[in-house]
Ligand binder design. Sequence first.
Ligand SMILES: [Zn+2]
Length: 346
Amino acid sequence: MEIIVSADASNYGIGARIAHKLPDGSVKPTSYASRSLTQTEFNYSQIEIEGLALIFAVTRFHRISVYTANRLQRWALTLLLYDFNIKYVSTDSFGYADVLSRLINTNVLSNEDYVIASIELEDTMEYIVKQSVEALPVTFKMIQSGTKSDAVLKQVKQFVQTAWPSSQSKIGNSQLQQFYQRRESLSIVADCLIYGNRLVIPAKFRDRALRLLHKGHPGVERMRSVARSYVYWPGIEEQISQCVRSCVECSRVAKTNSKTNLESWPSPKKPWQRIHADYAEPFNGNYYLIVVDAFSKWPEVVSTKRITTSATVAMFREIFARNGLPETLVTANGTQPSAATLASCI
Ligand SMILES: [Zn+2]
């Protein structure tokens, strides 16, 4: 039997109804649900509130737990669990859920799976904001108050919370236009604007953020990739290129790098002829010695707490005892023992 789940959102609440469509075509509701928006959800954009209502409806009638990072992504994943069609029904012909959402008591917050997941989600988003701020020479409070006093960001927040103009041409400000193009990925967390997973930096802190990105003269690509993980503002990509172009040190580093010709290792003729070894970044307090055979790509991974010469030699001995001695062992520079030390041990 076809099941119809309806959802609707008003400015302060969401409502849902589940009904059966009987063989004779009539629709019989079996259950209703509603709740008011939480303080955080009041800040959701219009599209997010609509999405929230849909998710509330689906998960309310079928208790499931949902986790992942991004709000809309998480909802999309939840919906993928169902075989469904979505139909848009205009408010006029959608009386029941609309009435429901208007009849909601304030404080209808239960400890449903969904609500718990929602709180976890907010924590995740706040964590993203805080992480971005930690990487910057400014405090969280500075970004919050900076966002409040930034005329463009203030307007963007207002658009996110209410509605965007119907077309970009209705917006005069070029920065606002850039935000308009990204409107689907904008949200508000803890009074700050978020673009995807990136914190939107108020104008007065952009120079500071740029200086930080430029630290160590990492070059355009590296600066952009770090920016893409943490921060955003209109024109950031161009400002990064301009910053690098006007920096003597960056161009010197780029020239040195471009002179390095990469030469690949010759292909080995048989297994275990040449092996490559290196330590992987420590993870949960353990280092990992990774040895890969160049011919078969066979990996040997040994976890260790110590990466001293004697510990490394012991690990190689164990690997060689099982696989035999290679003709060539290639190691990166670092804490590994020198070839001479290794040779003397073997
Ligand atoms: Zn530079």
